[in-house]
Design a protein around this ligand. Structure first.
Ligand SMILES: *Cc1c(COP(=O)(O)O)cnc(C)c1O
Length: 248
């Protein structure tokens, strides 16, 4: 996997060190997380709070990985699960509404646990829906709600908004993702150039097992990889409801 990333980075005249590998562990057991961590992976993505709660036996990320690693939420998060997510996880890469951002900020404020200073402020990414698909979560690039979220950042003092996450429309041709990745990159640059208070734009999470090379060529700083590390997912996700998964 690292070789695939390195090859793609070199082809794009980028340093592989600028691209973080996130292992996506939805439907895989706690043991898979431990093994990947032992193999040197330090960032993990989970899609469902309840599934992760069961996997970690309500102990959260600390039970599964060391302090040098982090487990982030990457699936759609209902506002009423914000508290649980902040308690168990180390970041939320799928912030798709101002309401959720406010709930996470409030939850992080009450957590304020001095024994886990790494959790504060909580690192978050704004999920943007560059494909304009109705079934997918994420804020539209030119929506008033995205603008409202960006402008609300100074009040969200327990969040560290550090970039964008996006999932392009599913297509088995990785080249089909390129215009969407490019759009996300352009949006990131446009927001960064505004130097908004409370907003950093150094993380661009895009690219999965099938299209990470194209994502890296278009400026991804974090690829989210499940299948290419752990194999095909056999189980259905442990929890019903809207999934951000875009594979059939
Ligand atoms: C499942 C998932 C991935 C990983 O997809 P693979 O094709 O298995 O690499 C990445 N991002 C999100 C948001 C996902 O839900």
């Amino acid at each position: 996997m690292r070789e695939r990333i390195a090859t793609a980075a070199h082809a794009a005249a980028r340093s592989p060190l600028d691209i973080t590998l996130m292992a996506v562990t939805k439907t895989f057991p706690a043991q898979a997380i431990r093994e990947a961590y032992a193999a040197g992976i330090c960032l993990f993505g989970e899609n469902y709070v309840q599934e992760f709660d069961e996997k970690s036996e309500s102990m959260g990320s600390a039970a599964l990985v060391g302090p040098d690693a982090a487990i982030h939420m990457i699936g759609h998060l209902q506002s009423n699960k914000a508290g649980k997510a902040v308690e168990l996880l180390d970041g939320v890469d799928s912030v798709d509404s101002l309401k959720l951002a406010k709930r996470l900020d409030a939850a992080a404020a009450t957590l304020a646990d001095p024994s886990s200073p790494s959790k504060l402020p909580l690192p978050v990414l704004i999920e943007v829906n560059v494909g304009g698909e109705a079934a997918k979560s994420g804020l539209a690039p030119d929506s008033p709600e995205l603008e409202a979220l960006l402008l609300a950042a100074p009040a969200l003092t327990h969040l560290h908004i550090c970039g964008l996450m996006t999932i392009p429309p599913w297509d088995d041709d990785p080249e089909a993702s390129r215009p969407y990745f490019r759009r996300a990159r352009t949006l990131l640059d446009t927001i960064a150039a505004r130097h908004l208070p409370g907003i950093s734009m150094y993380v661009l999470s895009m690219g999965m097992s099938g299209d990470m090379e194209v994502a890296i060529a278009e400026g991804s700083t974090c690829v989210r990889v499940g299948t290419a590390i752990f194999g095909k997912r056999k189980l259905a996700p442990a929890q019903g409801g809207a999934s951000t998964e875009n594979t059939p």
